[in-house]
Design a protein around this ligand. Sequence first.
Ligand SMILES: Cc1cc2nc3c(=O)[nH]c(=O)nc-3n(C[C@H](O)[C@H](O)[C@H](O)COP(=O)(O)O)c2cc1C
Length: 280
Amino acid sequence: MIPQKIYAVYFSPVESTKQIVCAVAETMAEEMSVDTDIPVEEIDFTLPAAREKTYRFAADELVIFGTPTYAGRVPNKILPFVQDLFSAEHTPAVSVVTFGNRSFDSSLTELTEEMEKNGFQVFAAAAFACRHVFSDKIAAGRPDEEDMDRVTAFAGVAAEKLLSADDAGSLTQPVILDGAPVAPYYTPLGIDGNPAVFLKAKPVTDPDRCIGCGVCAGRCPLGSIDFSDFTQTPGLCIKCHACIRLCPTGARSFTDEAFLSHVAYLESHFTARKDGTTFF
Ligand SMILES: Cc1cc2nc3c(=O)[nH]c(=O)nc-3n(C[C@H](O)[C@H](O)[C@H](O)COP(=O)(O)O)c2cc1C
């Protein structure tokens, strides 16, 4: 079947997931367009405003749906939105997760299962390694050219699978990691190998560097930063690093010792290159 429209749907605070999901959508559109180009539309539900409505997809459309891996799973504060905002009428779909070169553990299985519960017909799934937002020493510069070649190859095979199906009902589901069930959340460790507890840690602002532009508050996925005083973060912090990575002057950082100890642990164990995995 040839879809009438392709949606690139993603939660992506630091935009690696966005880059991968959009590349899959664009490549599949190119591969499947015959006389007229298949339109591609982005649905970015990273910010609160986009989560005030619901989205329903039709059987003749295609959805590429992506989230990052947080603690080996779909980010737990975002899971309810994945469950409640998106529904489908047997819409063919591709599930995609990114991960920061440690492991995607159960995130792809969890995302795929949740999508299927919502009526999506997932027929291809993939996890791709990207820079770890916590550190410039883990998978820096990724996705790189080699990663993007893998993304394009994955999208090509997914397009072939969809084209050779008569309808969404005849598409087979991918078996992810031999069908292993979703495991508990990953427990972050400190440099001493013991669990590192930093649930309540929040970034701090260097007042000498802050220029008051408000990018941090505007890009916080939970709207947790005070718009009248950008140095204050009264709301919940999910450690997504959007405010840190997108700040034009590098004014924000974590100083919490347990968090920094976990980053040091990751840097000492997970710098060897890992590649993505695809499932059909
Ligand atoms: C809170 C948090 C937890 C994370 N947990 C994992 C993990 O368990 N395994 C892993 O390999 N990467 C992990 N990462 C890294 C992200 O999955 C990776 O950097 C991702 O590509 C970020 O996506 P984005 O750029 O779209 O925001 C974590 C990142 C954050 C913010």
